[in-house]
Design a protein around this ligand. Structure first.
Ligand SMILES: Cc1cc2nc3c(=O)[nH]c(=O)nc-3n(C[C@H](O)[C@H](O)[C@H](O)COP(=O)(O)O)c2cc1C
Length: 187
């Protein structure tokens, strides 16, 4: 399985970090790219760099000489986490003027998994309409809305309630959070 993870300039870099912590490059190819503004938010929220496991492949978002810009060689899944309203709007409206926006366009046209984890509050009508367009086009939207019924005790555990749903939709097994009504021995 080949997965492209795009990190954009929305708040919530911890979601990207926890997803990367829970993907093993030995089990699947993990490719990562940052949008133009992601680095600023990474610096702001992590006070340093992302932890990247050995084997993770980094990409320049402006480099079109990569397989995922072509429908002839699409990846199995792309996750945009956290996803800014800017990137979400560009994809919803077919703007493909760099390699990672084009990759999202390819995922939709080739009917592959495109998962967006948007982070914004409150939403305006443009955000909602763009999300509607994306859902109609086949994307999956998993908002960065944590849940609390699993009684998370740390910020990482709170973030994991969202990351668990992303892994579920990627079809990657995990036991990040206890599933509703499961007993501990069933995890
Ligand atoms: C500290 C900070 C936090 C931000 N948080 C968000 C956010 O949560 N959601 C969002 O849509 N944009 C947020 N933005 C604005 C985006 O970074 C900005 O719209 C940018 O153009 C997005 O570009 P990108 O999608 O290419 O990363 C934030 C900006 C800053 C400086």
């Amino acid at each position: 399985m080949r997965i492209l993870i795009l990190i954009t300039g929305a708040s919530g870099i911890i979601y990207a970090q926890r997803l990367l912590d829970n993907l093993d490059p030995k089990d699947c190819e993990v490719h990562v790219a940052y949008s133009k503004y992601a680095r600023q938010i990474i610096e702001q929220e992590l006070r340093g760099e992302l932890r990247l496991k050995e084997g993770v492949i980094m990409h320049n978002p402006d480099d079109m000489n990569v397989p995922y810009v072509s429908g002839s060689n699409p990846f199995d899944a792309m996750v945009i986490i956290p996803c800014s309203m800017g990137t979400l709007g560009r994809i919803a409206n077919g703007v493909s003027d760099n390699a990672v926006l084009r990759a999202a366009d390819v995922m939709l046209k080739e009917k592959k998994k495109l998962i967006l984890v948007p982070r914004e509050t409150p939403f305006n009508l443009i955000h909602i309409k763009n999300m509607e367009l994306l859902i109609l086009a086949g994307a999956t939207i998993i908002p960065a809305n944590p849940s609390f019924y699993s009684l998370p005790q740390t910020v990482e555990q709170v973030a994991d309630t969202v990351v668990a749903r992303v892994l579920d939709h990627l079809g990657i097994s995990h036991n990040l959070v206890r599933r509703w009504m499961n007993k501990p021995e069933e995890e």
